[in-house]
Design a protein around this ligand. Structure first.
Ligand code: I3P
Length: 450
């Protein structure tokens, strides 16, 4: 193993425990407060216990394509499922049935923000970020990850931030080496459970819940703190980016959103259906499914959300980055051809995969909308973290997911492992200049090969 790889272990980072260190403003909340939400989530669906299976081939579309058309006008909703074995001929169509999943109200989404427009969300008083710079020049609006951005040694005191994905206004500056993320009951529960899990070395250090300006936040380790002019990439994992219950909600109470319609049209005017063009709105799951099909989410089980380079340049224009070649090219650009960085990333991904296989948390949760955050700098330091658990939800007691079988509504599978295997194969392709698109599509790697 190259030295460069060996020294980039998770031990490079501290993982503080539960003790809070935020002076008088710190206040721990009783974990019991949030148990109600999960209890309700547990009741929502009859799950199909998935059988372990080898990951699908790279070229096999894994996720059923779900089309939800607006209510009214008698439009039907259909699932079109292509089978996993890559034949491409296993088209299955079935009507979504409300009986396949029950809707019991409260959810991991915690509010109806999933159905609200940006404006509506903002009106709910989301906090704004201290020290956020140049926000008006950022080309993106919805971002998921804020991270502190150390420009150079002499400017270490001066805070700046990177916003790569997620909800604007969800983060705040905090004590040295930490950041505050707006409290999500769901995410808090995940971090609490992760304290004793095999995934602990791969998730941001969690310092508990703090109150700031009357709002509750999760205090977490600043993942960029130990890097010098880092490069950062956010990859959203899984074949599905919305919760099953979001489908149910949209079906029962469709709420076409104009902001999502506009985002869709901006990328592809042909995206909306004629009906959606007329109403100038699309539902949230419809938008999410469209995003999944335009990007590599459906076909590879992950997608690139955003990249911030050491020189300050940002890219979030990956909505149509779908093919293997395109994804590989983005990775090549990201590491600027540095094979050692790629090797470090591959090693870390394999460590993550190993941990996922032994993780009780992973077995027992549907992991939706979580990302892998890639960070490296010019010193060769490279790390990957599992982040964003806002839509990661626990399964009912005794039920587990395999994370590498196709999703069908009701089984809650997320395709996380399948996507991770594809991601590892992509990085191997980047490492190996000789690897071609053709060899990737005929690759028959399985999890045990990795
Ligand atoms: C957003 C992205 C986010 C999602 C957000 C979408 O689309 O899919 O993951 O937030 O929904 O608008 P895009 O990447 O094209 O900007 P959640 O994951 O929290 O659902 P929102 O508009 O309801 O916040």
């Amino acid at each position: 193993m190259p030295k460069e790889c060996r020294r980039k272990s998770s031990k490079d980072f501290g993982f503080p425990g539960a003790v809070l260190s935020d002076g008088g403003r710190v206040e721990r909340r009783a974990a019991g407060r949030s148990s109600q939400i999960c209890a309700e989530v547990f009741q929502k669906a009859a799950l199909v216990a998935a059988q372990p299976a080898a990951p699908a081939l790279m070229h096999a579309p894994m996720v059923p394509q779900v089309t939800i058309t607006p209510e009214g006008g008698g439009c039907s909703r259909e699932i079109q499922q292509e089978d996993m074995d890559g034949n491409g001929d296993g088209i299955l169509r079935r009507k979504l049935s409300n009986s396949s999943i029950s809707s019991t109200g409260s959810s991991a989404v915690e509010s109806e923000d999933d159905l609200l427009s940006d404006t509506e969300s903002k009106s709910k008083g989301l906090v704004t970020l201290d020290h956020l710079v140049n926000t008006e020049r950022k080309p993106w609006r919805k971002i998921k990850t804020y991270i502190r951005w150390p420009f150079n040694a002499s400017q270490k005191k001066k805070l700046s931030w990177v916003q790569l994905a997620g909800h604007k206004g969800n983060f705040k500056a905090a004590d040295e080496g930490t950041i505050l993320k707006k409290l999500s009951e769901n995410e808090m529960q995940c971090f609490e459970k992760l304290r004793d899990d095999a995934l602990l070395p791969f998730v941001p250090g969690y310092h508990g819940v703090v109150e700031n300006d009357g709002e509750a936040f999760l205090q977490m380790t600043d993942l960029l703190a130990n890097f010098d002019q880092p490069n950062v990439m956010d990859c959203k994992m899984g074949v599905r980016t919305y919760l099953e219950e979001e489908l149910v909600r949209a079906r029962e109470r469709p709420k076409p959103r104009e902001d999502l319609y506009k985002k869709m049209v901006e990328v592809d005017n042909g995206g909306p259906t004629p009906e959606e063009h007329v109403q100038q709105g699309v539902t949230k799951p419809r938008y999410m499914q469209w995003r999944e099909s335009m990007s590599s989410t459906n076909t590879l089980g992950f997608r690139i959300e955003g990249i911030k380079k050491y020189d300050g340049t940002c890219r979030t224009d990956f909505k149509k980055t779908r093919s293997k070649q395109d994804v590989i090219q983005v990775f090549k650009d990201f590491v600027e051809g540095d094979a050692n960085i790629i090797k470090s990333y591959m090693l870390r991904l394999k460590e993550i995969r190993q941990a996922l296989q032994t993780s009780e948390f992973f077995k027992q949760h549907e992991v939706i909308g979580s990302s892998l955050l890639f960070i490296h700098d010019h010193t060769g330091h490279a790390q990957i973290w599992i982040i964003d658990f806002g839509k990661t939800t626990a399964l009912p007691d005794g039920q587990t997911l395999s994370h590498n079988v196709p999703w069908q509504e009701g089984n809650r599978e997320d395709g996380y492992l399948w996507g991770l295997d594809n991601l590892i194969l992509m990085l191997e392709a980047v490492c190996n200049e000789e690897t071609t698109e053709n060899s990737l599509t005929t690759d028959t790697h399985t999890a045990s090969d990795l």
